[in-house]
Each structure stands twice: as C-alpha cells, then as structure tokens.
Design a protein around this ligand. Structure first.
Ligand code: NAP
Length: 461
C-alpha cells in the first residue's frame, strides 16, 4: 500500500497508519472511551496515560471498600487493557512529565478523561480549621490513595458532621458508623482500618441545605444507612411535612428516586434509638454559615432556611435563625470539582473543560469525556454513554484530523525517557495487582493496596 498524498486521510486508520489516540486518565470514562475506540472499524492504537502507577481511578480510589460490586467494572477495564492496540503508561503526569502540545505531536488525537479531583469549597470562614476536611481526603485516605495516605483525622471526637446529602456523604457516614469487623474483610487500607478500629465517633450529623425531597442519595445508598448494625437513623417528623411545590416534584414520574428517598425517611421518622447505638441524624434546610474554633474546629453554625422557587428549581433562602452544633470533626461533601490543564480552555465556574459535544476548540484533535467534560454526576455506568458519544464526535472528525503518521507509544516513550520518568506498563500493573492480592490474602482481605508511589515503584524493581 502506498502513502499516496491524495488519499492520506483515507489511510488514517489503516494498518499502515493506525489512528493514534492518547487518553489522559484511567478511570471509568477513560476506559469506556478506550473500549469504544478499539471497537471502531479501523485500526486504532490507544495509549492511556495515568499519573499514578495503578489504573482504574475512582473504581479503585473512590468506590467505598464495602461496595465490592461497584468495583466489578475493574474486570471489564482489565479486559479492555488486554485488547491488542491498548497500552498503559502509568506514573506519567500530563502537564508535568509531558505537555498537551507534545501529546498532540505523538498522537492524532488526545482525549481527556482525568475526572474531577478536587472539591467545591463552601467559601466560609473557618473552612480550613484543623478538624474540617473534604470528603475527598477521607475517601482517598480509607481507599489508600497515595495523595491522601498520610492525612490524619481526629477520630477521638464523638460527634462528626457531614455537609451535603449525596452518595459521597452516605459513603463517609457509613464508613464512620459501620462496625469495624465488617470492614476487615474489605480492601480498606490497613492504616484506615487501624484508625477506625479506635474511633470514638458515635453521632454523625448529615446536613442538607434543602429538604428530604431534594436529597441526592440514591435509594440503595440511603436505605443502607438504616440497615447498619448498632446504628440508628434519626429524621424529625416536622422535616417531612412537605410543601406543595415539593409534593409536585415528588408526583413527577421521572422523580421516582426522590419519592422513594422520602418514603425511606418517613419509615425512619419516629424510630427509637436503641441505647448504645451510634446515631446518624439527618438535618434538612440548614446551611452552614460559619465554622469556628480556637486553632481547631469546635463548632459549626447552621442557618435555617426555606425553599423558594418553582418545582425542580427550588433553592434555599436563609431566614436568619441560627443554631450551633458542637463538633471537632467535619467533612465537606458538596461535590467534586475538575482542575484546569495547561493549554486547554477551562470553565472556572463549573470546573470543566470547555467543549462542544466532547470536542475541545474549533479544530479537530482534542476531546473530553467523563467528569472533566460534564461535571461530577452520575454513576460509573453513566460514563459509558458519555465516552461513546465523545468517541463518535472524534470519529466524525476523522476527515479533519492531520493524517500524518504518528509515533504513538514509541514517541511517548522517547519524550518520557528524556525526562527520566519510570513508566509503569500494564504488565507492571498486573504484577503489582498480584502482589496486593497476595498481601490481602494473609489477612482475609481481597487485597492490601500499596499506598505509596515509591512503594509501588520499588516493588517493580
Ligand atoms: P452530589 O450527589 O452532587 O451531592 C452534593 C450535595 O452537596 C448535595 O446535597 C448538594 O445540595 C450539596 N451542596 C452542594 N453545594 C453546597 C453548598 N454550597 N452548601 C451546602 N450544600 C451544598 O455529589 P457527591 O455526593 O459528591 O457525588 C458525586 C457523584 O458521584 C454523584 O453522581 C453520586 O451519585 C456519585 N457517587 C455514587 C456512588 C454510588 O453509586 N454508590 C457513591 C459515591 C458517589 P443541593 O442539591 O442543594 O445542591
């Protein structure tokens, strides 16, 4: 076959000139994008870059240890990773070890799937007092994420407050409330298990700025909080007196998750807390307005509110009535936030890359998918449809892509070798995986994660 310049664009995707795509990020959206690309009816080479030595992003570092079923997508991702045409470049930080511009020269297209790594701030005085943490830190800590491995949480506190009423808040509450013997058989990291074993937290307050009909929990996650051993859930009956606008929202068929949540809350109202039980207390229509303490957190001030606005657009309005909740441990669980990457247009208000149907900028070649594209919403599976859509945009751009053959993975290796980066390949990861599983088996756990990058790299020596 010749490289006739007259039909070079047709040659793109042939075995002589495979379409080289770099995917930045190895979480669910990155893997689902890789799957869609590798299923395309042309020759594609996918090179996935991940800043940590271990793949799978939120499936490994976000899903709670006691939810092993939600980690099952890792098995699908493993199959994708072993498909011919796929290569993994772990321990490579885009924007540091290699630039977006360099990736554009080694690949025909670059697809960003690096998620939303930080948290939305509350924007309050005292937010950064010792004892006030982001849920991200806590989740990363118990899941053995190297960035959070050395965080400490004062679990000698009896009262913990969680701000926000989504599934991350439910995870944090469950991890604080669950009997530690039930966590021993999970892949929770050893340091977290040890700390939780000594925890004195007895009262967990979950604070929402809107009402029970607007809580963002999914039904299973909410119900689970009521099924914890030696733990009671408390909801005040007056919070369940819903106004006409909330009832209109709940009557809408598409809003069945919220309707079920309200039913679950109703089932808990009036329940007696058994003596000695831990307590999970739900607060509604309360917005934190200040965190105070002398050098460390001592209390959070909550302002009562009312809902105003039409169905599905009700927002809380403070009514000036304040209450103070004494606590020395607080988690802000009000949603994740994406970070900008040098060279890419970024919407600072939403914390996402600016794109149209997944395409970044007017010319073809740069794409976004997952949370960095649409914001932190949905469950793991939501990312599949999102990535399929972005890959469809990329495929429709094929005639517009520069068809000059690219060095792909070998080009990456060259650039990274110049900077001295120790690339972790997929076979390297499989070795780490095996070591973790072997370590876990010693104590009856599915795995004992390596929690430091240096530890992983040393293990590969
Ligand atoms: P989320 O579902 O968006 O919930 C965020 C919560 O924070 C909401 O209650 C929101 O209230 C509140 N909030 C936002 N800004 C606030 C502010 N300034 N002051 C007070 N409250 C504020 O976010 P998430 O819990 O971080 O979850 C992220 C995504 O991951 C979700 O799609 C979730 O379902 C998913 N996830 C799933 C699982 C699972 O399937 N088991 C586990 C974890 C996470 P408003 O509604 O008033 O904005």
């Amino acid at each position: 076959m010749s490289w006739g310049t007259e039909n070079m664009s047709c040659d793109l995707g042939s075995s002589f000139n495979p379409l080289c795509v770099a995917i930045v990020g190895s979480g669910p959206s990155g893997f689902y994008a890789a799957e869609a690309l590798l299923k395309a009816p042309l020759k594609v080479q996918v090179d996935m870059l991940e800043r940590l030595p271990a793949p799978f992003g939120l499936v490994r570092y976000g899903v709670a240890p006691d939810h092993p079923k939600l980690k099952q997508p890792a098995q699908i991702f493993d199959k994708i990773a072993q498909t011919p045409g796929f290569r993994f470049f772990g321990n490579v930080r885009v924007g540091h070890d290699i630039s977006v511009e360099q990736l554009r020269s080694t690949h025909h297209a670059v697809l960003f799937a690096y998620g939303a790594e930080t948290d939305r701030p509350l924007g309050l005085d005292g937010e950064n007092l010792a004892g006030s943490h982001t849920a991200t830190e806590f989740v990363g800590w118990y899941n053995g994420h190297p960035d959070y491995r050395d965080r400490t949480f004062d679990l000698s506190a009896e009262v913990a407050v969680i701000v926000g009423q989504g599934n991350v808040a439910a995870d944090v509450a469950r991890m604080l409330a669950k009997p530690v013997d039930e966590l021993r058989v999970t892949d929770i990291s050893e340091h977290a298990l040890d700390a939780l074993a000594g925890s004195r937290v007895r009262e967990i307050h979950i604070v929402g700025r809107r009402g029970p009909a607007q809580a963002k929990f999914t039904n299973k996650e909410l119900r689970e909080l009521g099924e914890l051993r030696n733990c009671s859930t408390e909801v005040s009956a007056s919070d369940l007196q819903l106004g006409a606008t909330c009832l209109t929202e709940l009557a809408d068929k598409s809003n069945f998750v919220a309707a079920k949540n309200v039913e679950i809350f109703q089932g808990w109202s009036g329940r007696r807390t058994a003596p000695g039980d831990k307590r999970i207390v739900f607060h509604f229509l309360k917005q934190p307005v200040g965190l105070s303490g002398c050098g460390k957190l001592e209390s959070v001030t909550l302002e009562r509110g009312v809902l105003a606005g039409p169905p599905f657009a009700q927002s809380p309005e403070g009514i000036g009535s304040l209450e103070s909740l004494n606590c020395s441990l607080l988690f802000r669980s009000i949603g994740y936030r994406g970070q900008p990457l040098n060279g890419l247009p970024f919407d600072t208000s939403r914390g996402v890359l600016i794109h149209e149907a997944g395409r970044i900028g007017a010319s073809a070649g740069l794409y976004a998918t997952g949370w960095i594209k649409r914001g932190p919403s949905g469950i793991i599976g939501t990312n599949r449809a999102d990535s399929v859509a972005t890959v469809a945009t990329l495929m429709s751009d094929l005639p517009r892509l520069d068809p000059t053959p690219r060095a792909g993975g070998s080009g990456l290796r060259e650039v990274l070798a110049d900077g001295g980066t120790r690339i972790v390949s997929y076979p390297d990861w499989l070795r780490l995986d095996e070591m973790e599983v072997r370590r876990g088996a010693l104590t009856g756990k599915p795995r004992e994660k390596m929690t430091r990058v240096s530890e992983m790299l040393e293990a590969l020596q």
